[in-house]
Design a protein around this ligand. Structure first.
Ligand SMILES: [Zn+2]
Length: 80
């Protein structure tokens, strides 16, 4: 259990783009996956992020760790 730390949703959101880019080392990556197993909100968020980063690379997410999820969702809707 020592290796596991419960991340908050905000922490997950902050590192999610790096996680998807595989810039996260093993232990933190594990903790993120653990959080995602338990948290449907973050699962959905990461899934959206994954889709969006494929469509719109590197736009919103490198801004000092803040993630503008609403702008992203708006962008996704506009694409349709
Ligand atoms: Zn969460």
């Amino acid at each position: 259990m020592l290796n596991f730390k419960l991340l908050t949703c905000q922490e997950v959101a902050t590192v999610a783009s790096d996680y998807l880019d595989k810039h996260i080392d093993g232990k933190l990556g594990l903790n993120i996956r653990l959080h995602l197993m338990m948290c449907a909100n973050c699962r959905r968020f990461v899934k959206h992020l994954q889709l969006t980063t494929k469509v719109v690379p590197h736009l919103v997410y490198k801004n000092q760790g803040t993630v503008d999820a609403e702008a992203v969702l708006k962008r996704i809707k506009e694409k349709r």
